[in-house]
Design a protein around this ligand. Structure first.
Ligand code: IVH
Length: 705
């Protein structure tokens, strides 16, 4: 529930606007963040964010994966959370499902229409449904055999939950023994929750005892139930509403949803008094409104209204889609909004250089959370909504990880207010910030800092890229080391890498004394750095991290220009869009207008030029090797597969490229030649399928002489 000052800027961007690079970064961050929250929630019972915020993180992760399938990970595939290790596991005999959501009256109507269509009913045919509050707690399954409580389990991942029997036995709302004649096997399901007043009192007590407070009643209920010592649970005011069931032996107590819940009441359970059977959509929506109006005065938190088909025979026919019943849905309350005023507009710079505007707000409570920052997404959004400093604005928390500014209350605008002027330079490093245009001239929504090499906001990312295997390839300089060196001010710019050894000699705090380092590892690092003082031009160009300049573009540029000076001069001269130099750049096969613009932006930024000049005082750049124009493989597309014995894969690749061939990772009908070592699998089969010539490694050497 914290409201950090720093909003991850990339998350303010629509997923479809992310570049693959940004998507990879954000995906990594999200996965790590979610994993950390899972541990805090499931193993430490000390969540630090609300469930809604957690869900939004997961939604964002899934959205990124849907857009960038190569990023799909194990984290996102898992639904819900695996039971933690500390409780015994219970397999649910009938899975515990979740509910689909609707967000408007129209969608509620669609839900009913879908049911009628599925059942092949007349569009006006009456279908009775129950409507009841959606309790914001955690669901629990209680198994009774011959009327006695035998097992209580949390939902877990829906298939398998945690055995919390001992703890549940301490909850007063939950009967140990049922009343009257009940089915021999009866699994009653419902929600364990904490009342708002009990939650407030518990938090007061926690605070007085110097213990951590809970973020909301739901977390308090979950944390209280999942205690290893049931004496602690007994001391916590947990409650239970029964609203569903799992396994039941025949005969059922009733053939309707409402009848079942009434029967649960007779057996000794507490059921929600706001459940109502409705015969029409109008009734259903009227009951929804009635519950919505009462929401804030109810003793417990709710986040919507659940609709369920009343007739169990129809429920059975309707069945399930994926993990939710077709016969039920949750009508969620709309995003909560509040008005407040904008005290300032700050610009945050992300690790990839994107400038994200953030509104600093007069703190206001929205949906139970104090909000003091909200994203304004980007320059266009500020302009579209015309948000100005001192404006009164409507803010909302919903559907996104962070609060948003929805609109400006124009009636309350001050007469002397002026439109916000989006900065054209990076507030962190002062380099110019640009909005790129694509080939069709359409401007990118994001404005980006061009001072990649010098901007502290981007420094760690740039350093990581600089030393990476495909770039400068400095061995022994991993992500963790870079981060630690940056944090301690040892390496904040690429050029610092090359002065590290000299500085270490004169320093009292020697590298070898740092945690995780020793005499040998430091020596190896210095050797790796020294080895890279001599580096090929294309590696250096790629290492600079110029936007849109990937490894193959770097090679292209190296081959075309031969020296860095030649490239820089052309880029500088190409500042004017219709200059000769610009034409020279875009005439290179493989360099389009967007890349040309990026090269111009990079080299015209004074800070970058200085950094490059400084780097060159430490480095000797190797000109590209001349590509043999006439080799047996020039112009051909090759694939290497299987284990190569006389050369590494990288060696094979660069050898082929030197000979003018293109190396691809997969075999298609465009492939001219496959070089296969032992153990070649599917690529060999593909080659056969496409009738592509296959040769051995030895034959390869004979071929190229
Ligand atoms: S019915 C097969 N009724 O909502 C459907 N669920 O999103 C079973 N919940 O895991 C659920 N109040 O924790 C149902 N009145 C209610 C509910 C309710 C809260 C929760 C429950 C479930 C989640 C599904």
């Amino acid at each position: 529930m914290s409201n950090p000052d720093k909003i991850p800027p990339a998350r303010a961007m629509a997923v479809e606007d992310l570049t693959p690079f940004e998507a990879r970064l954000e995906h990594g961050d999200l996965a790590a963040e979610i994993a950390a929250h899972d541990v805090r929630y499931h193993q430490q019972d000390a969540p630090t964010i609300s469930d809604g915020d957690y869900d939004r993180l997961r939604q964002r992760l899934l959205a990124i994966e849907a857009h960038f399938p190569e990023l799909r990970s194990v984290v996102a595939v898992a639904v819900g959370a695996k039971p933690s290790e500390k409780f015994a596991k219970v397999k649910h005999r009938v899975p515990m499902l979740s509910l689909a959501n609707v967000f408007s009256d129209d969608e509620a109507g669609d839900f009913l229409d879908r049911i009628r269509r599925y059942l092949d009913l007349d569009p006006q045919a009456p279908v009775a449904l129950t409507a009841e509050p959606k309790i914001d707690g955690l669901s629990c399954s209680l198994r009774y055999e011959d009327g006695k409580l035998v097992v209580a389990a949390t939902r877990g991942d829906g298939e398998e939950g945690e055995d919390v029997t001992l703890n549940v036995r301490t909850i007063k709302d939950i009967p140990q023994v049922l009343v009257g004649s009940v089915p021999a096997i009866l699994e009653v399901r419902g929600e364990i929750y904490m009342r708002k007043d009990d939650f407030a009192a518990l938090n007061q007590r926690q605070e007085a005892e110097g213990k951590p407070v809970f973020a909301n009643p739901r977390n308090a209920a979950a944390g209280s139930l999942r205690q290893l010592d049931s004496a602690i649970t007994a001391d916590r005011p947990l409650r239970f509403f029964a609203y569903a069931w799992g396994e039941i032996s025949e005969p059922l107590p009733s053939m309707s949803q409402s009848g079942m819940v009434e029967a649960f009441g007779r057996f000794g359970f507490v059921t929600n008094p706001l459940m109502k059977r409705c015969d029409t959509l109008t009734d259903l929506l009227a009951h929804y409104r009635m519950i919505e109006v009462q929401r804030s005065s109810l003793a417990y938190d709710i986040d919507g209204v659940v609709y369920k088909v009343d007739d169990l025979a129809l429920q059975r026919r309707l069945g399930f889609i994926a993990r939710s019943p077709r016969w039920a849905t949750a009508h969620k309350f709309p995003a909560e909004q509040a008005t407040t005023s904008v005290t300032a507009i700050d610009i945050q710079v992300g690790r990839t250089g994107v400038l994200t505007p953030v509104a600093r707000l007069e703190p206001v409570t929205v949906g139970g959370v104090v909000v003091s920052n909200a994203t304004l997404h980007n320059e266009e959004e500020i302009a579209r909504k015309d948000v100005r400093i001192c404006d009164t604005v409507v803010v909302q928390r919903a559907g996104d990880v962070i609060p948003q500014v929805v609109s400006v209350v124009l009636e309350q605008r001050k007469a002397d207010s002026i439109a916000y002027d989006f900065p054209k330079t990076c507030p962190v490093c002062g380099s110019h910030a640009v909005r790129e245009a694509d080939a069709a001239g359409k401007e990118d929504k994001a404005r980006r800092c061009t001072g990649g090499l010098v901007c502290p906001a981007q420094a760690v990312e740039r350093l990581r890229h600089f030393v990476a295997r495909d770039a400068m390839d400095i061995k022994g300089f991993g992500e963790r080391q870079i981060e630690a060196f940056y944090r301690d001010g040892l390496v904040t710019r690429p050029q610092d890498i090359f002065t590290l050894e000299t500085r270490d000699t004169g320093s009292l705090k020697k590298l070898k004394n740092r945690e995780g380092w020793g005499e040998t590892s430091v020596r190896n690092l210095f050797a790796a750095i020294a080895a890279r003082r001599n580096v090929t031009l294309h590696r250096f160009i790629f290492a600079l991290g110029i936007r849109h300049v990937g490894e193959s573009t770097a090679k292209l540029l190296a081959r075309h220009f031969g020296t860095l000076d030649a490239l820089r001069e052309t880029a500088l001269a190409a500042r004017e869009p219709d200059s000769e130099a610009r034409k020279t750049l875009t005439a290179i096969d493989g360099i389009g207008p967007v890349m040309a613009e990026a090269l111009v932006d990079f080299f015209t930024e004074e800070h970058n030029s200085q950094a490059v000049a400084e780097l060159l005082t430490y480095l000797t750049l190797q000109p590209p090797e001349v590509v043999a124009s006439q080799s047996p493989v020039s112009g051909k597309t090759l694939v290497f597969t299987g284990a190569l014995e006389r050369m590494s894969r990288d060696e094979a690749k660069s050898m082929a490229e030197r000979l003018g061939a293109k190396v691809s990772g997969s075999v298609s009908k465009k492939t001219d030649l496959v070089v296969a070592g032992p153990g070649a699998g599917s690529k060999l089969a593909d080659a056969r399928k496409h009738g592509v010539e296959v040769i051995t490694e030895d034959e390869w050497f004979t071929l190229i002489g």
